[in-house]
Design a binder for this molecule. Structure first.
Ligand code: SF4
Length: 411
């Protein structure tokens, strides 16, 4: 598939002109926010943005209504959050958030800075579209289902499967070679794409994954792993292998208020932004972790895996997006707070419609915002583009001119 326009993913140096003002996206390789960096992001959100840090489905962050792009650039550079002007948009690296602390076959967080440095060191790789995604899965299968262009998945302590366009290629590489092979694949993607800037992702190129695997000229075994989108995100108390504690914290609609971020920064522990728009706060002793829950739960961080807030996601909607037909986030917030978001095993109003013959758009009733009741994972959108929709089985709640259309869950 070739699009008519080159990729225009936002960054810090190229802001997106959203309907509510300029939007900056800041890449956070592996989702890891170092000590002090979260404080800087909070300051930037409060002083230069709308007061919130938005978490993205690639473990990056966004600031909305940016008032002074130059000041933001300086702030982020000083904090090490903008190490390159040429490569800033290509550093889309997602890694298993709990890797190296809880379970997993390998510690992929050790590979993230190596991959990031390799990307930054190759001038040509600045040409990668901002949509290209790299994943490193430590074998637990949490991020290999995220539709990466180029990924590795640990199959043992020193062996990784190479994934291209999300699928296992049959190629197996050692930990020492994993990053070099990913970088070679990134160069190969550019070789295959040639001058066609309308091909943003590897799967946009016809036979892209197969052709790229051939280009790498590495041995391919017959076994192929299958991956699905992870449903169980890390929430609540998580005992680390070394006796310390991590806390998985859900964030309402992925929007973290600057003040809450400052409280988290004050803990002075490594924090990971997950691709499920949540956080993992790591390396605490039990007493510290208990105090964190006591202070931050009343500030709306979610430590309860049964919270109905974890069932819902939403696009920007109004006023952030000019295409939106309504203020989606206000509507979904009202649905949660008035008990119209039900647990996954709750009675879904459309349950009888989930049949072997899925209904067409014409068959699905349109409901006013305050009449929408949905069970289980659901994504609310201001239009049919359904931006930010999570992977996996999700009910779509899509705004129309006359209300919301609520489609049965689809993968
Ligand atoms: S789904 Fe539609 S309304 Fe929502 S952010 Fe995307 S384009 Fe805008």
């Amino acid at each position: 598939m070739t699009r008519r326009v080159p990729d225009s993913c936002p960054g810090v140096l190229r802001l997106h002109e959203a309907a509510d003002g300029p939007l900056a996206r800041i890449r956070v390789p592996g989702g890891r926010v170092e000590r002090g960096q979260l404080q800087v992001l909070a300051e930037a959100a409060r002083e230069l943005g709308d007061g919130n840090i938005e978490l993205t489905s690639r473990g990056n962050v966004q600031l909305r209504q940016v008032r002074d792009a130059g000041a933001l650039t300086g702030l982020l550079e000083a904090a090490g959050l903008l190490p390159s002007h040429t490569h800033e948009r290509v550093r889309n690296i997602v890694a298993s958030p709990l890797s190296g602390r809880i379970g997993g076959s390998a510690n992929v967080h050790e590979l993230v800075p190596v991959l990031d440095a390799g990307l930054l060191a190759a001038p040509r790789l600045a040409e990668l579209p901002g949509r290209v995604l790299f994943t490193l899965d430590d074998g637990r299968g949490d991020v290999s289902g995220l539709n990466a262009d180029i990924g590795v998945h640990a199959t043992g302590t020193d062996e990784f499967a190479l994934l291209l366009a999300r699928r296992d290629t049959g190629i197996r590489v050692s930990a020492a070679d994993a990053v070099d092979v990913m970088l070679a694949a990134a160069h190969g993607f550019l070789d295959l794409r040639g001058d066609d800037a309308g091909q943003w992702r590897l799967h946009d190129i016809e036979g892209g994954a197969e052709r790229l695997a051939d280009l790498l000229a590495l041995n391919r075994g017959a076994d192929r792993l299958e991956f699905t989108a992870a449903q169980d995100i890390p929430i609540g108390w998580l005992d680390q292998d070394n006796g310390l504690v991590s806390l998985g914290a859900g964030v309402r609609l992925g929007s973290l208020p600057a003040r809450t971020a400052e409280f988290i920064a004050a803990i002075e522990r490594p924090v990971f932004i997950t691709p499920w728009r949540s956080l993992v706060i790591t390396d605490m002793d039990e007493w510290t972790a208990e105090q964190v829950v006591r202070v931050l739960a009343p500030m709306d961080l979610i430590f309860d895996a049964n919270s109905l807030w974890l069932q819902v996601s939403a696009c920007a909607g109004r006023p952030g997006c000019a295409k939106s037909l309504t203020d989606v986030r206000t509507d979904v917030t009202a649905a949660v707070e008035s008990g119209r978001v039900l647990p996954a095993d709750g009675a879904a109003p459309h349950a009888s419609a989930v049949a072997s013959n899925p209904p067409t758009h014409q068959d699905i009733p349109i409901r006013a915002a305050d009449e929408v009741t949905v069970a289980g994972r659901q994504h609310w959108s201001g239009c049919d583009r359904r931006c930010g929709r999570p992977r996996g089985s999700v009910t779509d709640v899509v705004a129309t001119d006359s209300g919301y259309r609520q489609s049965p869950p689809t993968p």
